[in-house]
Design a protein around this ligand. Structure first.
Ligand code: ADP
Ligand code: MG
Length: 306
C-alpha cells in the first residue's frame, strides 16, 4: 500500500567535502528511489553540521564581509539540495521515472522564549584565544565558550522547531507528485515578529525538524537514516541489545534509564516518540541507509509506534 514517508538523512549520507558529497549522494539516492519506485510518496530532510560549519569557517577569514549564520544555513540547504536533487533525478530516470525533484529553501519557526536561548550549547566557527574571544564577545555580543581544551569558540542555541514556514508549498508539491527536499539542516531558524520572519543564529536539530515536517504532512512513516542498523540498549557495552519493534511507553522508559546518547541517538528517539504520538497509525523507523528498504518491509531497523 502507498505510504507517505519522510526520510531524514544523517551525516553519513552526505560526507564531509563537496566532492565527497557529490559522489556519495549517488548511493544515497538508490534506497530513496527504491521507495519511490514501490509507489510511496517520499519527502527528504537532511542534516548540515559539517557543511554549515565549513561555510561559516570560510567566511571567518577576514577577507570578505561577515556572513550571518542563518545565511550560512541557507547556503548549505542550497548546495546540499542541488546535489541531492540531481542524484535523485538521475536515479529516477535510470528506473524510467520522469519525476521532478526540487529543493525548498525552508525556514522553521522557533520560539524566542525557548529556554535553549538562555543556554547556547552548539559550537560553531573558528577557535580563538581567551583574549580574542573576549574582544569578539564585546564587539558582536556573541556568546564565546571554551571548547574541550582546544580554545574558545562561538556557541549558538539549539531551540525546538515549532512550525515549517513553507508548509503550503511542501504540501502542494507533494500533491503534484513531485519529490521534495526540505528542512535541510533542520531548517533556517526564524522568529515571528508580526508579518516579519527574523533569522536567528541557532541550530535546529534535523531529527526534531523532520518530526515536525512528518506530522505536518500527515506522513505514515518517519524514517531516520543514520550510521547504525538499529537502536541499542546498553550501546557499546557487553550486554548491548538491539531493538526491533518498540512501543512509545517502552521507549520512554528506556530514555529515562539513559540508554541514548544526547546529541546523537537521543534526539532521534525523542523525535520518533513524538511522531508516533502525533497521530494514529504513525510509525518511526531508525535504521541505516543500506537497510531502508528492508526496514520499510519490516525486516530490520528499530520501529517505534503506539
Ligand atoms: P546522524 O548524523 O545520522 O544524526 P549521529 O552521529 O548524530 O548521526 O547519531 C548516530 C550515532 O549515535 C550512531 O552512529 C551511534 O554511534 C550513536 N549512538 C548513541 N547511542 C546509541 C544507541 N543507544 N544505539 C545506537 N546508536 C547509538
Ligand atoms: Mg545527529
Amino acid at each position: 500500500m502507498k505510504k507517505r514517508i519522510v526520510v531524514a538523512l544523517g551525516g553519513n549520507a552526505l560526507g564531509n567535502t563537496a566532492q565527497e558529497q557529490r559522489e556519495l549522494v549517488r548511493q544515497t539516492a538508490v534506497p530513496i528511489v527504491d521507495l519511490i519506485v514501490e509507489g510511496h510518496e517520499v519527502v527528504i530532510a537532511h542534516g548540515n553540521g559539517p557543511q554549515v560549519g565549513m561555510i561559516n569557517l570560510a567566511f571567518d577569514c577576514g577577507d570578505v564581509p561577515p556572513m550571518p549564520f542563518p545565511e550560512c544555513g541557507a547556503m548549505s540547504q542550497g548546495y546540499i539540495g542541488y546535489h541531492l536533487q540531481n542524484a535523485i533525478r538521475e536515479e529516477l530516470l535510470v528506473r524510467g521515472l520522469n519525476k521532478p525533484v526540487v529543493t525548498i529553501i525552508t525556514q522553521v519557526v522557533v520560539d524566542k522564549e525557548d529556554p535553549a536561548f538562555q543556554n547556547p550549547t552548539k559550537p560553531i566557527g573558528s577557535f580563538y584565544s581567551q583574549e580574542q574571544a573576549e574582544k569578539i564577545a564585546e564587539q558582536t555580543g556573541f556568546t564565546m565558550r571554551e571548547d574541550a581544551g582546544r580554545g574558545y569558540r562561538r556557541v549558538v542555541a539549539s531551540p525546538r522547531p515549532t512550525a515549517v514556514v513553507e508548509d503550503r508549498t511542501v504540501k502542494a508539491l507533494i500533491r503534484e507528485g513531485q519529490v521534495v527536499i526540505t528542512v535541510g539542516g533542520g531548517g533556517i531558524p526564524v522568529i515571528r515578529e508580526g508579518d516579519h520572519l527574523e533569522g536567528v543564529a541557532a541550530v535546529i536539530d534535523k531529527d526534531f525538524a523532520s518530526e515536525v515536517l512528518a506530522a505536518m504532512i500527515d506522513a505514515d512513516y518517519l524514517i531516520i537514516l543514520t550510521a547504525v542498523e538499529k537502536i541499542a540498549l546498553n550501546y557499546g557495552k557487553p550486554n548491548e541489545t538491539w531493538l526491533d519493534k518498540v512501543t512509545v511507553a517502552e521507549m520512554e522508559q528506556y530514555m529515562e534509564e539513559g540508554h541514548f546518547a544526547p546529541g546523537s541517538m537521543l534526539p532521534k528517539v525523542e523525535a520518533s516518540v513524538a511522531f508516533a504520538k502525533s497521530g494514529p497509525g504513525r510509525t518511526a523507523l531508525v535504521t541505516s541507509l543500506e537497510n531502508a528498504r528492508d526496514g520499510i518491509a519490516g525486516k530490520t531497523g528499530t520501529h517505534i509506534s503506539m
